[in-house]
Design a protein around this ligand. Structure first.
Ligand SMILES: Nc1ncnc2c1ncn2[C@@H]1O[C@H](COP(=O)(O)OP(=O)(O)O)[C@@H](O)[C@H]1O
Ligand SMILES: [Mg+2]
Length: 373
């Protein structure tokens, strides 16, 4: 059990590729902490730096308050599970699991006990005599996790361990890894590029882009209060819609973009003071756009926009429980989440309203969230 602290960490490869750019992370003891971001944003590099497989160009790494920059991987007491599992193909599962313990010269009986315990936790006892080539993807994944568990490390590092599994197994393994975290109570640092995996697993999440921290927060705060346009567009499926426009305030606050005109909820004033007659970015989740005749649309509240927005339907994805409607207002593309009972046709327009209490606002230049004053 341990906390992990990254202080002003950078990693530059070959004097030119800035993989990680001055990052600070303060991961708590026993926390399930997720690193998420698009491919190439520096996630694996950060894990490798913590594991000691790479050296930082700048900054300090602490595990349990101890500076570990100069410690070799084996002395850091962390265990990493890789995306490709990295099992030894010529060894049986039992030997894969016991390998690290044999290196550490544990007695045969101690090793046997630890391997049996790990295999029991993961339900892989029957796989112990097999070779990796005789395992399914899910079984290999469990063995890779087992190999980390037997070492009872202070910190687990997972690098996209579920990416090679099919969708159903991924959901199942997500739950298993969470359960494992509850049972072991060990700090886990988990890397994924999948925002749904991040949201469902992380107690806290760091969102990375181009080697830089975008936001560190709980899943709900990331969704409800994204710090900038990048986070807003990254978290949520389908992604948030963005519309550039101007705020006018001669007669109440109004957002205008081409033919779109939205009279804002009185509360917006608190947020948009200082942005009068300026350009802003409006962020609109697909869930907060309503078609007026549907059951969802009928639940009108005070915070419903009074103007009707005419959305010309381009295509519809029928999901069974709901529909995703993709359309355009002028030349602005939008997607909305609609109830399955919505009747609409391609090329026809539907009347949409917005929930004014759910709008997100971003500065046009910095792309940062505009906070309430
Ligand atoms: N050994 C290396 N040498 C040079 N560039 C590297 C090396 N490892 C990673 N990079 C670069 O660093 C950036 C971050 O890579 P990585 O941490 O693997 O991203 P992620 O895991 O988020 O996909 C990428 O631009 C990648 O090409
Ligand atoms: Mg990676």
């Amino acid at each position: 059990m341990a906390k992990v602290f990254l202080n002003n960490i950078s990693k530059v490869f070959d004097n030119k590729v800035v993989a990680v750019n001055h990052i600070n992370l303060d991961i708590k003891d026993r926390e399930f902490f997720v690193l998420v971001g698009p491919s190439g944003c520096g996630k694996s590099t950060i894990l490798r730096l913590i594991a000691g497989l790479d050296e930082p160009t700048e900054g300090d790494i602490y595990i349990d308050n101890n500076l570990v920059n100069d410690l070799s991987p084996k002395d850091r007491d962390v265990a990493m599970v890789f995306q490709n599992y990295a099992l030894y193909p010529h060894m049986k599962v039992y030997d894969n699991l016991s390998f690290a313990l044999r290196l550490r010269k544990y007695s045969k009986s101690v090793i046997e006990g630890k391997v049996k315990d790990a295999a029991g936790i993961l339900g892989i006892d029957s796989l112990l005599p097999r070779k990796p080539s005789e395992l399914s993807g899910g079984e290999s994944q469990r063995v890779a996790v087992g190999r980390a568990i037997v070492r009872a490390p202070k910190v687990f590092l997972f690098d996209e361990p579920l990416s090679n599994l099919d969708a159903k197994l991924r959901v199942q393994m997500r739950a298993e890894i969470k359960k494992l975290h509850r049972e072991l109570g060990t700090t886990m640092i988990y890397v994924t590029h999948d925002q749904i995996e991040a949201m469902t697993m992380g107690q806290r999440i760091v969102i990375l882009n181009k080697g830089e921290v975008q936001q560190i927060d709980t899943p709900l705060n990331l969704y409800n209060k994204p710090a900038n346009v990048f986070v807003a567009g990254f978290i949520g499926n389908p992604p948030m819609n963005f519309i550039r426009g101007t705020i006018t305030s001669s007669n109440g606050y109004i957002f205008i973009s081409g033919n779109i005109r939205i009279s804002l909820y009185s509360d917006s004033k608190k947020q948009l003071t200082g942005y009068e007659e300026k350009e802003v970015i409006l962020g609109l989740r697909p869930d907060d756009i309503y078609e007026e005749t549907t059951s969802k649309g009928l639940l009108k509240t005070q915070t419903f926009s009074k103007e009707t927005l005419k959305l010309v339907v381009e295509f519809i994805e029928l999901m069974g429980n709901e529909s995703l409607v993709y359309g355009k207002i002028d030349d602005i593309s939008l997607v909305m989440r609609a109830p399955a009972d919505l009747r609409c046709n391609r090329g026809k327009s539907i009347n949409a309203h917005l929930d004014l209490a759910k709008l997100h606002w971003f500065d046009c230049i910095t792309e940062k969230r505009i906070e309430k004053q």
